[in-house]
Design a binder for this molecule. Structure first.
Ligand SMILES: [Zn+2]
Length: 333
């Protein structure tokens, strides 16, 4: 008897399942219908201009999905990503030394918009200045080619001049000036790399230019102070690569633009030597450079008056602010 009951139950089981399934389906349909009508009434409000075209052709069910995705995702993801990029940039410019992250970000950008490798256009995200504080404690009088492939050679790096009154060596003044210029540029949102942050180094002029090349600097600034046998000679001037030089032809225009921007400010704010900008084709630090380059001679250390002025941090800062402002104008061109 029990067996028979079980058999009947088994036979009825599929019927039960079908009935339950049918009820569930009916419920879901009801729910969906109410949902879609509710959404339909609100959807025109949330729709953006671009989506409106779609609604003309879409069947009834489409609006269900559209409004759900668009309003939720856009506000959530957008703000999260933007601050992330900013923090990376900030820490990088603070350190001044670790451009790896930034470089990677930009290299993606660079690939998509082809640029000339020799003279990079000013980039929105990253404008990089490599500052080379001229000279070092010990001159290196070994020879190196004056330019790529040249047979003519020059000293790797000379000793520079010395303050006639203060006795300060040029390499020391140049480094002090470089730190001030770096801070001024960074304050203006420009990324800075120094070729040296100590006087106890041995880096040739060619190697200094190659540091700027490696980092694809938007501008290479070689900071120097002048010396002359005539103690009366004084003033601020800028050396740039000459257009008659085959090595530097590709960088002459941008280099002289940068020099013009700085000189325009220097003329009104500093004492300068007329004409102020001097093209030179005999400098290996220019010839090896593949990026625009200027060499500001920030004053004559062999002139007693200027030597003392340059030793004051206040005046040195004034000169560096002129440089930073001029470089910023060049960047914004
Ligand atoms: Zn020098």
């Amino acid at each position: 008897m029990n067996k028979k009951k079980k058999q009947i139950l088994f036979a009825l089981l599929p019927c039960f399942i079908l009935i339950i399934a049918g009820l569930v389906l009916l419920n879901i349909n009801d729910l969906e219908r109410t949902n879609s009508t509710a959404i339909k009434t609100t959807s025109p409000v949330t729709k953006t201009a671009g989506e409106e075209e779609k609604t003309v052709e879409t069947p009834e069910e489409m609006p269900e999905e559209m409004p759900e995705e668009t309003p939720e995702e856009t506000p959530e993801e957008m703000p999260e990503e933007t601050p992330k990029l900013e923090t990376i940039e900030q820490t990088d410019s603070d350190l001044g030394e670790t451009p790896s992250v930034i470089t990677r970000q930009n290299s993606i950008k660079e690939e998509s918009e082809p640029e000339e490798t020799v003279v990079p256009e000013a980039k929105e995200k990253r404008f990089l200045v490599v500052i080379d504080p001229g000279h070092q404690v010990k001159a290196n009088l070994d020879q190196e080619p004056v330019g790529p492939g040249a047979t003519e050679t020059k000293y790797k790096v000379t000793g520079g001049t010395t303050g006639i009154k203060t006795g300060v060596p040029e390499y020391e003044l140049n480094l002090k000036a470089a730190f001030l210029l770096k801070a001024e540029l960074e304050r203006r949102g420009i990324q800075v790399i120094l070729t040296r942050d100590s006087n106890e180094v041995d880096i040739s002029n060619r190697e200094r230019a190659e540091i700027a090349n490696t980092h694809k600097a938007d501008l290479f600034v070689r900071l120097h102070a002048d010396g002359s046998e005539n103690p009366d000679t004084k003033g601020f001037s800028i050396l740039i690569p000459s257009s008659e030089n085959p090595y530097t032809k590709p960088i002459v225009d941008r280099s002289s633009q940068a020099a013009d921007e700085v000189m325009a400010l220097a003329r009104t704010q500093l004492a300068i030597n007329e004409p102020g900008i001097f093209p030179r084709n005999d400098m290996s630090g220019f010839n090896w450079s593949k990026v625009p380059v200027i060499l500001p001679e920030i004053g004559f250390m062999t002139n007693p008056e200027e030597d003392v002025m340059l030793s004051s941090e206040e005046y040195l800062l004034k000169v560096m602010k002129v440089l930073a402002e001029g470089i910023t104008n060049y960047k914004d061109q």
